[in-house]
Design a binder for this molecule. Structure first.
Ligand code: ADP
Ligand code: ZN
Length: 725
């Protein structure tokens, strides 16, 4: 039997639907916009958010509506968050239900945490006053509740003094909610002494807290103290009683960050990333909504946490490409953080040693305030940077490390310091072929070569996860033992290092380390503690970490990223090289960055070696402006994929033909996507290019609307502001 109802409300369900559905509210059920509810959709039960009136998809006969089944006992999703969800959906051309799905969780009742017993004065005086009892009384009369142990400790007396007073009826006991384990954050716990430059920047930042929306870009070389500076803005926000969100690009970075935060604020922030255990995730979600967690540090998806009263967003390493999600909802968390801040009318801080061109242009145009920290903190000096011309100083036959680099590594480890060799390639070798017939191992599902992972004895695809054992014989010609590895991955560099430095402790750090995040954190800690001599790592070790003993950083192949013809290639390479060489020289020790390249005169290499970022960026910005590329123009890419090449291409062509007329927006392609086949799906790409003020969303929506429906295996994905173009 359906309960009696007198009204209906829109509910955003976590499904790919264009808007909220209407549901009946059973009499006696209290719901308001933002309430988290359980509703039926077909045979399923889903968790949705009561939405704002007027957003429903079409009118429905109120009598036929299905009722809301349950309202969860958790704070409602804030108006700012609901607005943000709508905004992100509109901007990324994603059904709002899919965006809402990122923001809602099953708020199942958490097991109540044990209450803490507290003591309160009753007014009865102790039978006999002693100095110890006197001290206890004085402390306890501050109007607050104390725990037995806390009171005894604070008064410097033994617990039995307090016990006796309790027996005499001086106190009665009350039960206090447990203190939050994380995220309490005391703004005045351990403020640092800032340098004059840091103090100036911190004061400017602090003065923006509480003043509504604004974006500040803090730049300054790696190790200049950007984190210390934005910590002051966080402290100020906490003093004003509001919550803080800190976005970090990499889970691997969080553990060191959490500790640093704890040292400054006296407790760890709430932690949010895809590797959290489900129960922990529910807990952080709920406590953020309840306002018990004051600060959250997390990956991009933390942007969709239901803060009760968010007062500041910090985006650390704002240039990082990890902020872009390219899956389901295509969004850039840095850009969306600015939108979230605008909707909430709060400040945002973007921090980076190598700010993105987008943010620099925004700063130049006066849309963002820019704060600059000129040098490294205290006696730490930037490493001395040099390129190694691989044509003049080639590695020994079969090797990848030039004698110049090997010598520098030898020097560092000889002095008891550490060296880092950076190569952004997992595995042993990026390509395996048969020396006899030339057969190459290709992924059966993707247009990519299989990468040999020698530690695991497998050939693996880095795009779909396909793996097969390394065979002894060539599958093509059957010849035994003639397979050859071409090019290096980190495992192969490790082999070379072990050959040269058999006595030294080497460690390989890459994302496919078995043992997951936990292991990775331990390994990073071990490196920071000096428990390894030579580290060979992918981009995982490139950013953020503080390794005090690291004095030599070698880049094995600086040219990797420059080859692909992407207009962002130079910017990306510059950022990566600056970040990775920035791992060296965190203390007073002299340090070196050595960059192996076949193009030592390339503008990126020159800029890195000279430290003249300004000129390099100015030129890059000029190029972008000339060709109308972002941020001076706008781009979107439309990826059409299907199980057959023909279907994908036909659909892409039809979409292009359906593009509306526009004076300034043009459609390029379709062309095969950079990876034409992934997971058995063929991919074609249309690139849509417009001017800065163009309404790309309307154009794209019209194109999709006029074009053929995606049928069969065809899928269409729109990527606004794509990472590569
Ligand atoms: P960035 O974020 O610019 O890379 P950090 O804030 O991480 O720089 O600072 C680099 C190192 O210098 C850290 O180990 C940090 O603790 C230290 N440091 C920076 N500023 C101060 C300060 N004012 N007092 C003490 N240590 C500082
Ligand atoms: Zn594959």
């Amino acid at each position: 039997m359906t309960p009696a109802t007198s009204r209906s409300v829109p509910v955003m369900v976590p499904l790919p639907v264009a808007g909220p559905y209407s549901y009946a509210v059973p009499d006696g059920m209290a719901v308001i916009p933002g309430s988290v509810v359980q509703v039926p959709v077909g045979p399923r039960k889903v968790i949705g958010i009561v939405w704002d009136e007027g957003d429903e998809t079409g009118a429905v006969d109120a009598k036929k509506l299905r009722p809301i089944e349950h309202v969860f006992d958790c704070p409602p999703i804030s108006p700012a968050m609901r607005k943000f969800i709508n905004w992100v959906a509109g901007y990324t051309l994603t059904p709002p239900g899919l965006v809402a799905r990122m923001a809602v969780r099953a708020p199942t009742a958490l097991e109540p945490e044990p209450m803490v017993e507290g003591l309160r004065l009753t007014g009865t005086t102790p039978e006999r006053m002693t100095p110890a009892r006197q001290r206890v009384l004085e402390l306890a009369s501050d109007g607050f509740s104390w725990t037995r142990l806390g009171l005894a400790r604070a008064a410097g007396v033994s617990a039995s003094v307090v016990e006796t007073m309790m027996k005499q009826g001086v106190f009665d006991t009350v039960f206090l909610p447990p203190p939050p384990a994380v995220g309490a954050a005391d703004p005045d716990y351990a403020p640092p002494e800032l340098s004059a430059d840091q103090r100036d920047a911190a004061d400017r930042l602090k003065s923006s807290v509480g003043q509504g929306f604004g974006v500040t870009l803090i730049d300054g070389v790696t190790g200049s103290g950007k984190t210390e500076v934005y910590f002051e803005a966080i402290a100020e926000t906490l003093r004003q009683g509001r919550q803080v969100l800190i976005l970090l690009p990499e889970i691997a970075l969080t553990s060191a960050f959490l500790e640093r935060f704890e040292a400054r604020f006296g407790s760890k922030p709430g932690e949010w990333h895809s590797d959290l255990a489900p129960r922990m995730r529910e807990k952080v979600w709920r406590q953020t909504a309840e306002g018990r967690i004051r600060v959250v540090a997390g990956a991009r998806s933390a942007l969709f946490l239901p803060f009760e009263d968010l007062g500041l967003i910090v985006v650390d390493e704002e240039h990082d490409t990890a902020y872009k999600q390219e899956d389901r909802v295509f969004y850039n968390a840095r850009d969306m953080a600015v939108v979230r801040a605008r909707i909430g009318d709060i400040p945002t801080v973007l921090a980076s040693a190598t700010p993105s061109i987008e943010s620099q242009v925004n700063a130049l145009a006066g849309r963002y305030e820019r704060l600059h920290l000129p040098g490294r903190f205290a006696e730490a000096a930037l490493p001395d940077l040099k390129t190694i011309d691989m044509r003049r100083d080639p590695p020994a036959r079969g090797g990848f490390l030039s004698p110049v680099l090997l010598k520098a590594v030898e020097g560092a480890v000889g002095r008891g310091e550490q060296a880092l060799l950076f190569l952004n390639r997992r595995g042993y070798a990026p390509l395996t072929l048969c020396r006899v017939c030339g057969h190459r191992f290709q992924c059966p599902n993707c247009s990519s070569w299989l990468v040999e992972h020698r530690f695991r004895g497998q050939l693996m695809c880095h795009h779909c996860g396909h793996a097969e054992p390394v065979p002894e014989a060539c599958p093509e010609c059957g010849t035994l033992d003639h397979l050859v590895a071409c090019g290096p991955g980190v495992e192969r560099i490790a082999e070379e290092v072990e050959h040269h430095f058999p006595e030294k402790r080497t460690i390989v750090l890459s994302s496919d380390l078995s043992g997951g995040v936990k292991r990775l954190r331990l390994e990073l800690e071990a490196v920071a503690n000096g428990e390894a001599d030579i580290v060979i790592g992918t981009q995982l070790v490139a950013k953020g970490h503080n390794f005090p003993l690291m004095t030599v950083v070698g880049v094995v192949d600086a040219d990797i990223g420059l080859a692909n013809g992407d207009p962002r290639a130079a910017e990306r390479t510059f950022q990566l090289l600056a970040q990775v060489t920035g791992r060296a020289g965190r203390t007073g020790l002299t340090s070196h960055g050595l960059i192996q390249t076949y193009q030592p005169t390339h503008p990126v290499m020159r800029a890195i070696v000279s430290g003249e970022a300004e000129g390099f960026y100015a030129r890059e910005i000029g190029e972008r402006e000339k060709s109308g590329l972002p941020p001076f123009g706008r781009l979107a890419s439309v990826i059409v994929s299907a199980e057959t090449r023909g279907e994908a291409e036909t659909h892409a062509r039809a979409l292009r033909a359906a593009a509306p007329q526009s004076r300034s927006i043009s459609v390029l392609g379709p062309a095969e996507a950079a990876l034409a086949l992934i997971r058995g799906r063929y991919r074609f790409r249309l690139l849509v290019h417009g001017a800065r003020g163009d309404d790309m969303q309307s154009f794209l929506a019209a194109m999709l609307e006029n074009g053929p429906r995606a049928r069969g295996s065809v899928k269409v994905q729109v990527d606004i502001d794509p990472q590569s173009f």
